[in-house]
Design a protein around this ligand. Sequence first.
Ligand code: HEC
Ligand code: HEC
Ligand code: HEC
Ligand code: HEC
Ligand code: HEC
Ligand code: HEC
Ligand code: HEC
Ligand code: HEC
Length: 458
Amino acid sequence: MRAFIWGKFPHLFLNLAFCVAIAQSSATALPRIGSSPRAPYEIDWGKVSEDSRGCVKCHVSKGITGSAIRDWQLSKHFGAGVACADCHLPAKDAAPAITGASSACEDKRVRRAVSPRNCAVCHPDQFGQFSQGKHAAAWLAMTAMPTTAEQPKAIIEGEKGCGGCHRIGRDEGKCDSCHTRHLFAAAEARRPEACMTCHMGFDHPQWEMYSTSKHGSIYATQGARWDWNLKLANWFDNPEKASLERPRAPVCSSCHMPQGDHTVGTAWGFLALRLPEKDPEWLGYRQKILIGLGVLTPEGQPTARLDVVKVGKVARLSAEEWQAARDRMIAVCANCHARTFAQQNLEAADSIIKESDKLMAEAIDIVEGLYRDGILERPKDRPPHPDLLRFYEVKCPIEQKLYTMFLEHRMRSFQGAFHMNPDYQHWYGWAEMKRDLYEIRHEAEALRASRGKSSSGR
Ligand code: HEC
Ligand code: HEC
Ligand code: HEC
Ligand code: HEC
Ligand code: HEC
Ligand code: HEC
Ligand code: HEC
Ligand code: HEC
């Protein structure tokens, strides 16, 4: 039987034997099974330095990282003679996490991770702006969360979960987050899809909100005709000029990186907690939220977490700082809309935050009351009140509900308002917050009834 098969299909046997032989022949250079012998590829070296030619020659001869070499040749860097050694031999002031790392390359000076300080040698403006903005703080903000220490290493260090998005701030910054290696094309980064991998989903669905907004629908129907090589600073030159190539709807980059400014940061920020607050009613709600976040004690005293808020630029800490970011945004809208239209639109969104905070404050207060009255146990290793920064690492369903109300539904309620998406604002945000609040009230009553205690003065 066996002899019959090999007799009938001798090529099968030969192929198999060949595959085994080449797989054993070399551990480092894995041949591509089925590919014909490689014709030597001629590179037009131009201005490329001797050092970098050495990298490419060895990598080509071993048949490794061919797509990196392809993309690099298609980039503007190639024409300018910027090559492998310029980025992969770490700058002197690169972070120790890079200089101290080991390398899989045969040239042991090489590091896989690239420091933004290498880019800064030639692009000091972009590096300087990026470093002042929120993206540069992303790794720090993630590691400062108490939840982070409780997660498997692969989720953080291995960049599978939180770390996969927050890497944008790792080792002082990952510049390949929007213009991917090794093409490093500005045109790619201008498009809204460049942001979607990170700005999506559970607590910040900006991609979903934008792409189904009126702005996004115009981009989807007409964006293919627009000139993506046009610098953002020139998008609104001669706005009256009749041209189908000029973008007539905004995208993420044109609203958040006007003029190509790499400092990203909005007036309200992710958590929408500005300090100080002139409106006393709103301030009351916000204090409750800050207690829930563990930034203030239940008595209203600041905790050590306030320092994290400052270093991570989590909240705008002065009225001037908030107003400057808002004015910058209105100036963007005013490239296309009447200024008053834009102003009124953003003010309506501001008031959505206040309404959402009112619901949120009540919910936090209910759960805090359960702690106060001993219905919920005070955990020894945790603050004696609901802790929103523990995310899903909480023990009882009522606190799980409180966390989704805060991180999923409160976020959608105001982020949807800022991204002109009525459905996210309403059905995925506000309506869900209402449901959460009713369920939290109901569950608190049930918990109290089961322990035979009534609410303390509420
Ligand atoms: C003598 C051959 C040789 C030379 C010269 C060489 N490399 Fe490599 N390089 C390799 C091999 C082999 C690997 C391992 C590939 C793998 O893991 O599949 C590698 C891996 C790399 C990696 C990934 C490293 C990691 O830790 O994951 C980078 C980046 C790299 N090389 C860049 C360079 C640069 C830049 C130069 C020139 C300064 C260079 N290489 C010179 C053979 C070479
Ligand atoms: C303009 C800067 C720049 C140049 C030029 C450059 N690289 Fe890279 N390369 C990067 C960045 C940025 C990363 C991502 C590193 C990180 O995660 O920090 C990277 C990652 C890599 C990796 C590891 C990731 C992977 O996908 O396997 C390899 C291998 C690599 N480069 C090889 C090369 C080779 C070979 C050349 C020359 C043809 C080259 N690079 C030229 C910036 C550059
Ligand atoms: C899909 C990508 C992604 C994942 C996964 C992710 N984040 Fe984020 N994170 C973001 C983005 C994007 C923002 C900014 C959102 C905004 O401003 O609306 C953010 C904001 C934050 C902030 C707020 C920072 C500030 O200054 O306001 C913290 C803290 C944070 N994330 C921690 C974490 C932790 C901890 C995890 C894992 C448990 C995690 N993130 C998972 C993308 C992600
Ligand atoms: C040795 C100098 C040098 C280094 C190092 C360098 N670049 Fe460049 N970069 C250039 C030059 C020169 C250009 C081309 C300018 C032109 O032709 O308009 C360029 C262009 C660019 C562009 C615009 C491409 C386009 O489509 O218009 C981007 C994006 C870019 N670089 C990103 C990076 C990043 C990210 C790094 C670090 C990982 C880096 N560069 C490192 C010199 C450098
Ligand atoms: C959040 C996305 C994002 C990140 C992260 C990012 N860039 Fe950019 N980059 C862009 C966009 C969008 C443009 C187009 C700007 C324009 O049209 O003026 C751009 C353009 C550039 C250009 C071309 C500028 C010009 O005038 O031609 C350079 C150079 C550049 N980036 C360097 C960097 C460096 C260095 C880093 C890391 C410190 C970085 N970028 C990180 C989005 C990003
Ligand atoms: C029409 C302009 C515009 C477009 C397009 C736009 N945004 Fe926004 N974005 C805003 C405004 C306005 C705010 C709220 C600013 C404030 O705090 O005053 C905001 C806020 C944000 C925030 C902070 C948290 C929040 O949602 O309130 C992030 C992060 C963000 N946008 C990312 C994005 C991403 C990613 C895209 C593309 C998928 C995008 N934006 C598209 C105008 C825009
Ligand atoms: C690799 C993931 C990643 C990509 C790609 C990315 N971002 Fe972000 N972005 C983040 C994270 C993480 C944060 C939160 C950082 C923090 O607050 O510490 C953030 C924060 C922001 C903020 C600040 C919101 C605030 O708190 O004021 C804006 C605005 C923003 N991103 C816009 C963009 C735009 C526009 C793009 C595309 C051109 C983009 N991002 C691409 C991960 C990313
Ligand atoms: C590049 C031009 C451009 C920019 C910048 C821009 N928009 Fe728009 N916007 C449009 C166009 C075009 C429409 C579709 C108008 C229509 O529905 O007929 C639109 C629609 C809207 C709508 C939907 C309601 C309506 O009137 O149809 C709102 C709300 C809106 N924009 C607010 C803003 C705000 C706020 C900003 C700044 C944060 C902004 N836009 C920035 C071009 C722009």
